[in-house]
Design a protein. Structure first.
Length: 69
């Protein structure tokens, strides 16, 4: 699933339902900008997914982000 900027709560709720339906560990990787929003988005997404799908074995990681020059 791809987002641009902050995803809506309804989008994250649908994503959580899809993760629950898999019934196996889920590995999510976030790639974003190294600015205040880009650093905050993964925190919010992970927090909301865990709230909407507390039983999912969720592994969330921010990858491939480099600091600005």
């Amino acid at each position: 699933m791809v987002t641009r900027g902050y995803p809506s709560l309804s989008y994250l709720y649908s994503a959580a339902e899809a993760l629950e339906a898999e019934e196996k560990p889920c590995f999510l990787y976030y790639v974003g900008d190294h600015d205040p929003s880009g650093l905050d988005i993964p925190r919010r997404v992970e927090e909301d997914l865990r709230r909407f799908a507390p039983e999912v074995d969720l592994h969330f990681e921010r990858v491939a982000v480099t600091p600005p020059c």
